[in-house]
Design a protein around this ligand. Sequence first.
Ligand code: PLP
Length: 383
Amino acid sequence: MTHLFNTYAQFPMEIVDGHDYHLVDSIGTEYLDFTSGIGVCSFGYSNELITKSVTEQIGKVWHTSNLYPSQIQEDVASLLCPVGMVAFFCNSGTEANEAAFKLARKATGKTKVLAFKNGFHGRSYGSMSLTGNPHISEGFAPLVPGVSFATYNDPESVEAVTNDLAAVILEVVQGEGGVVPANADWIKAVELACHQHGVLLIVDEVQTGIGRTGTKFAYEQYGLDPDIITSAKALGNGLPVGAMIGKEKLVGAFGPGTHGTTFGGNKVAMASAKAVLTQLTPEFLKVVQEKAETLWTKLKNEVCSLPAVIEVTGQGLMIGIHLSDEVPVIDVIKELHKVGMLTLSAEHNTLRLLPPLIMPEAKLLAGVDIIKQVIEKTSVGTM
Ligand SMILES: Cc1ncc(COP(=O)(O)O)c(C=O)c1O
């Protein structure tokens, strides 16, 4: 009998150990990891600098509350924030989006927010209300009022950006929604409409940020200038850290007592984030870009052409292999377990790959070979 709520559809193996980009289960099976704990452990499972930084902090004080200033929060914020922006630390992507939603309302005095169908922003009432997937909010109504949804990448959706909105929130690559990148012209048009109508642009970089797509934040590749950025997942490489990053002009709306959280900016979590961001150098990102380029060439040449594959989408090391309905993604994931590989799914029967950014190119390519074989094997007799 379990003492846990049954909220997760779990696979049977328990992961008990890990090193570099491998995970090991309780019976000693080693897996090549293409999940990073759902986009979290980008520096893998035995990064020396992160371990050292966290261990040193554990030897000092773990937690002091936010009643006192914290140099390590300042250090992380200075590494994390684009010029002219400041951070509020919290513990998850959900909380970062919750903070963004609250800040947008308070700063503008307006209540409405435009979000996008198939977007995912979390599961608290605020962030769930911004999430454009009816399955996720089923049974939880009434949701937070004032949120409307437009179609992602649809030029007509730009007309939904009107001056009664406090904010528009979007992902640059919809992750849970099927690894769908934004169309460059469309997202720039959305940004322009935000500027024209006095609407804040919130870019949710929870999954796409911290190097996942080859730049620190994915929006950089689209030349955007968001008012608010949300980050989490890979920011702590496995320790819970979230951040809501906002332009300095918004600081006045979030004064003492307006928002807060006990654990936000916790020193041990910050020690991890500091070591992550210290290693997220332009040189490191260049290597990620180069590896991604080679990987995408292989995906385009060898995976796109498989009969069971509709298309391969994504950016950098965030990849979605869209499978035809005859080949359920869950079957592919289970077959991959049998050959020692961990992968993820996303909406619309998509096999989602989020390998640790530190995975060497040869292993990334070897992983694609295994995936190819397994998709071919799983689709035998179905198509
Ligand atoms: C884009 C995006 N935003 C927000 C969240 C929620 O983050 P968390 O699970 O840390 O609350 C996720 C989680 O998958 C996400 O992918």
